[in-house]
Structure formats: C-alpha cells, structure tokens
Design a protein around this ligand. Structure first.
Ligand SMILES: Nc1ncnc2c1ncn2[C@@H]1O[C@H](COP(=O)(O)OP(=O)(O)OP(=O)(O)O)[C@@H](O)[C@H]1O
Ligand SMILES: [Mg+2]
Length: 404
C-alpha cells in the first residue's frame, strides 16, 4: 500500500494548431489505503490526471510522488500502479486466464504463483468459471470484472480507475459499485477513481476531488463537498437536482441584514450575519438546494407544520406523512411564484416555478403534493438553508472565514 501525491502539476497537450492546458497547478495528496474519487465535467482533466500518475503522460511542471519517492521521470512499468480503463482494454485473442496472468508473466512471476493468484482473484470476483473464455464471449459486466481482476492480481501500490462502470447499464453499475466498495474494504489498496457521475462519487469516495477546466476546485469528504462547497461551481455540480442560484444584494433591513431580490427580502440567518455585514450594499448570489424548498397554495398565509403528525415541514403537504397541513412554521419566508413544470421522480416531484419578473426556482417536493402547471403557489425558503457566493459563475462561497 502507498501514498500518491500530485504537487502543483501542470500539463499542456501541444499541437501545431493549438495548445490545451489540461491540468493547471493541480495538487492532491491521496493517503495510504484511501479511495479518492476524481469528479468533474467532460474535458476537465480527470483522465489526464490518472495518466500522469501512471506515467503515461509527461508534465510541464510539478512532481508526482508515490510513497514519498519522486516518480515524475520514472517509466510507467516501474511505478507499480495498475490502471483500469473505461473500455476495459482486454486482449481479445487471450483467454480470461491469460488476460489476468499477463502482467505477472511480464514481471517473470513463477508459474505456480501466477496460477495461485489468478485463481484466488477470480474466486474473489466470481469469475472462476470464465477463465477459459475469450473476451468476445463475455457480457459487459463480466469484462469489467476481468479488467478489475487483471489489476488486482498484480497487487500494485495503487489502483487507477478511469470510469470503469460507464459502459454498464444502470442496475449493473449500482451492483458493481457496491462490489468495488466491498473489494476496497478487503484489499484497502490506495485508489484513485474517476467518474463524471456525482452520485457515484458521493457513494464511493472517502474524499472527493472536484475538478473544472484543469483546476482542482475542492478536495474534501462527500458531506463537506455537499454542505460546505468551496465555490459556486462545486455547489452546482454536486447534488441532484442542481442547486438554485439567485442574484441579489445584501441590504440593511429594519431588523437586520436581508438578501434582496426585487420585491423579495430574505433575512440573513444569525450564524451568517457577521460575515455578510462585509457585503452590505453589494451584489451576492444566494444558493438554495431544491430539497430545501417547500411549496404552499397561493392563497395560504404562512408556511405550515403538520397538525396530523406534528413534524416540522414547509409547504401545504407534510413531507413526513403526506397529509395536508395547517399552521405557521417559524422562520420561513414565502415567495409568490407560478408553476412552470412538474416532473414526477419516484418518491418526489420536481417543480419549477417562476417568480413575478424573476428567475425560475426548482423545488423537490413529496410525490403526494398536488400541484399543476400554471398554479399560483408560494415557495417557502428557510434562511438557515441558504448559502451565499461571490457574484459570477465561479464565485467563492462566503463563509465566516472568508469575510473581508
Ligand atoms: N492527446 C491529447 N491531445 C490534445 N488534447 C488532449 C489530449 N487528451 C486530452 N486532451 C484535452 O485535454 C483536456 C482534458 O482531457 P481529459 O481526457 O483529461 O478529460 P476528462 O476529464 O477525462 O474528460 P471525459 O469525462 O470526457 O473523459 C480536454 O480539453 C481534452 O480535449
Ligand atoms: Mg476521461
């Protein structure tokens, strides 16, 4: 087992027509035995990062260290890391056994040892009955297992996975994801796992490194990346449906600071008031997740609390028991809006509603809620559920430590 570190890596792909900066000052430390997930949109530099660790790409600047040894100029075969590719890259003319044994054979491992390790790994992955088959006679899931087996059998210092599940159908992907998690529990080999699927990242990673345009945006636990995003890019990329972002200004109201967006004024929660004081009379962006938004019929007077089950909630329907509810909920702000679309998604409905002369806001509400396109409703927002960002697409999140 090993640590893997990238120190200020910059990588440019050069061609006659143009240069592409694929990685721009990326630094990541992967701890011994950690499962780090690299996530980000297409073209953000995920595969390049793995290829740099594997030694398949040279770098302009920076250092790659494995176990505190500088391997920046070390050949791929001498780095002792194993990469699992998206397309599996199995040798089509070789049987499963030979595919799995190939790396060991190249390292002149004794035949008996090869037989033992392949058999043991095939057993662990449930592919022992496939050892005599060739890749063409395997399903996608089986090929994927063979590709993982070929990496495991070598007992490398680290695994590098490049979207290994993306060719599988949704059900198999979820199963294989659980299997990879189990395998990591057994082997505890340091792993870097690339995906552009943020749900996969959240479920697999002990930490998640979010990238955009070749720049590392944040590297943190799934919980912190979700609830304390470093900036608007991370906030918008992590979480489904995506966070709502609303442009407005911080103003001084009669009873404290408010976030103002035309006629709407949302009080700033006490925990943020000292931080936001520095932004008084300045534009900021408010972020709120769809799950934190409630709705209520247009003629209602206040956000509600369920009088049947007594659970705290927002909106006209109890999020806990599904019944219609009455009575005010403290601290919620209501904003009039008109429903633009309603999408049923299993246990929930996604609703998009437009503010008068304003933006659309997306909410995720219980499936029982009765709401139709064109309805006049009130969106309910709890000030404690809001986040604030500097203006602009890449604005940093404003937190007590960022106040100027
Ligand atoms: N061999 C290459 N020559 C030139 N440009 C390249 C090369 N490989 C990648 N790039 C560019 O470098 C950037 C990063 O590519 P990379 O393959 O690392 O992205 P990625 O995050 O893995 O994307 P995806 O999710 O689509 O696989 C992209 O702009 C891509 O077009
Ligand atoms: Mg890629």
């Amino acid at each position: 087992m090993s640590t893997v570190s990238l120190l200020d890596i910059t990588k440019t792909y050069r061609s006659k027509k143009c240069d592409v900066v694929a990685l721009d000052g990326v630094s990541i430390d992967v701890a011994d035995g950690e499962f780090l997930v690299l996530v980000g949109p297409s073209g953000c530099g995920k595969t390049t990062t793995l290829r740099v660790v594997a030694g398949l790409e040279t770098v302009d600047k920076g250092e790659v260290r494995i176990d505190d040894r500088n391997v920046t100029d070390v050949a791929p075969k001498d780095r002792d890391v194993a990469m699992v590719f998206q397309n599996y890259a199995l040798y089509p003319h070789m049987t499963v056994f030979k595919n799995m044994a190939f790396g060991l054979k190249m390292r002149h491992t004794p035949k008996q040892e090869i037989n033992r390790r392949v058999a043991e790994t095939a057993e662990m992955l449930g592919i022992a009955h496939l050892l005599d088959r060739k890749p063409a006679a395997l399903s996608g899931g089986e090929k994927q297992r063979v590709a993982v087996g070929r990496a495991i059998v070598r007992k490398p210092r680290a695994f590098l996975f490049d979207e290994p599940l993306s060719n599988l159908d949704a059900r198999l992907r979820v199963r294989m994801r659980a299997e990879l998690k189990r395998l990591h529990g057994l082997l505890a080999t340091t792993s870097i796992y690339v995906t552009h699927d943020q749900e996969e990242a959240m479920t697999l990673g002990s930490r998640i490194a979010v990238m955009n345009n070749g720049v590392l945006q944040q590297c943190d636990t799934p919980t912190r990346v979700f609830s304390e995003p470093a900036n608007r890019f991370v906030a918008g990329f992590i979480g489904t449906p995506a966070m709502n972002f609303l442009d407005g200004r911080i103003e001084r109201g009669d009873s404290g600071l408010v976030f103002r967006m035309s006629d709407v004024a949302i009080p700033i929660d006490a925990s943020m008031s000292a931080t936001m004081l520095a932004y008084a009379d300045r534009p900021v962006v408010m972020g709120i997740r769809p799950e934190a938004i409630g709705i209520r019929a247009g003629n209602g007077t206040a956000a509600t609390k369920c009088d049947r089950c007594g659970t705290g909630l927002q909106g006209p329907f109890c999020h806990a028991c599904g019944s219609e509810a009455d009575g005010p909920v403290d601290g919620c702000v209501e904003i009039p809006a008109r429903v633009e679309f309603v999408e049923p998604v299993g246990l929930h409905k996604d609703v998009s509603a437009r503010l008068p002369d304003g933006p659309s806001i997306r909410g995720r509400i219980p499936a029982e809620a009765r709401v139709n396109v064109g309805d006049a409703i009130r969106l309910t927002i709890r000030p404690t559920s809001t986040l604030f960002f500097e203006p602009g697409e890449a604005g940093a999140r404003l937190s007590p430590t960022t106040a100027c």
